[in-house]
Design a protein around this ligand. Structure first.
Ligand code: SAM
Ligand code: SF4
Length: 330
């Protein structure tokens, strides 16, 4: 699959549910309305769509959400998709999780063939953690991380940089990740979904400033390491771990975009920051043959836009895209 700008599409992110057991302030409002079950693809339908993408050239699949590990029976999908890794059709099957259910699932994920996972954690302060996630408990996530380590999963921590919330903590987090053997990626907050007036401008913290601040205490060596994601990586000389920076707001990462995103209703978004989408649920449910699905996917890829145009300032105080990040899974 090659898009109109010559970019090969090799990475599919799949939001397997819009539901979550947290309500992170930058991601959801407290009183979210979730989708009725009839609109959601069954696990078998999700498997069919993912398998079509693998057949058409996707080499990396990431399950996300909402919180992927709160979807009932999620392990049956993970196990079944694992067959594409076994045949070599897929290089990587992985997951982004808030860690709340990891204690229960870490060993099973490893057993099903996952090697690396991303765990979102914005702070190591228990009170701040509950402030950010509204419903989350830090202890539970730390226990989950322990279980992941014991199971032999490689862990990358993702932290959203939030002005006035965790901006004093990055030095500590770099040190902690070094001690634990985790890589760390910092992400700029993106204008996705309505979360309350003014909130976005108050949260936004450019990572160029964060990098300058952490360089006072840590030596960051540039690398050309790539995971197929949009992060730029540095080696932290003192810890031997990587530090990734994802800067959608200060640096346009669209040129090398290799991914598309599927929601749990079977809607395919060709760009995180644009509205255009394709309905793959109709194609899956229309026929037992995969032909309509393959055609719908090809048509969608032919419409992939050049890039997004996120702007956060007072004139553009509204979200660039009204859907929440939990719809497309980040
Ligand atoms: N629930 C899982 C989790 O939190 O890891 C997976 C889904 S979550 C939507 C995926 C990632 O998106 C998380 O790392 C989260 O911090 C990030 N995210 C959510 N809203 C965001 C926003 N407005 N800007 C930047 N990152 C955001
Ligand atoms: Fe849930 Fe992840 Fe969104 Fe937080 S960022 S509310 S954990 S989906």
């Amino acid at each position: 699959m090659i898009d109109p700008f010559g970019r090969p599409i090799s990475y599919l992110r799949v939001s397997v549910t819009d539901r979550c057991d947290f309500r992170c302030v930058y991601c959801m409002s407290e009183d979210m309305t979730f989708l009725p079950k009839s609109e959601i693809l069954s696990l078998e339908e999700l498997d069919r769509v993912c398998s079509a993408f693998v057949r058409l050239g996707v080499r990396k699949l990431r399950l996300t959400g909402g919180e992927p590990l709160v979807r009932r029976n999620i392990m049956s999908l993970v196990r079944s998709l694992g067959r594409h890794r076994d045949t070599g059709a897929l290089d990587e099957l992985t997951l982004t999780t808030n860690g709340s259910q990891l204690e229960k699932y870490a060993a099973e994920l490893k057993d099903a063939g996952m090697r690396r996972i991303n765990v979102s954690l914005d702070t190591l302060d228990p009170e701040k953690f509950t402030e950010i996630t509204r419903w989350g408990k830090l202890d539970k996530v730390l226990a989950g991380l322990d279980a992941a380590k014991r199971a032999g999963l490689e862990v990358k921590i993702n932290a959203v940089a939030l002005k006035g919330v965790n901006d004093g903590e990055f030095d500590r987090m770099i040190g902690w990740c070094g001690d634990e053997g985790f890589d760390l990626t910092l992400i700029e907050v993106m204008p996705m979904g309505e979360i309350g007036a003014g909130a976005r401008i108050d949260q936004y913290l450019p990572l160029s400033m964060v990098r300058a601040a952490v360089q006072k205490n840590w030596t960051l060596d540039e690398t050309d390491y790539k995971t197929g994601g949009p992060a730029r990586y540095y080696n932290v000389r003192e810890t031997g771990r990587r530090l990734g920076l994802i800067t959608p707001m200060t640096h346009n990462f669209c040129e090398s975009c290799n991914r598309v995103r599927l929601t749990c209703t079977g809607t395919l978004y060709m760009c995180l920051g644009q509205h255009d989408s394709a309905d793959l649920r109709g194609a899956v449910r229309a026929s037992e043959s995969d032909l309509p699905l393959d055609t719908a996917i090809a048509e969608a890829i032919a419409r992939k836009p050049k890039g997004h145009d996120f702007i956060i300032d007072r004139r553009h105080a509204q979200s660039a895209v009204t859907r929440h990040m939990s719809v497309t899974g980040g």
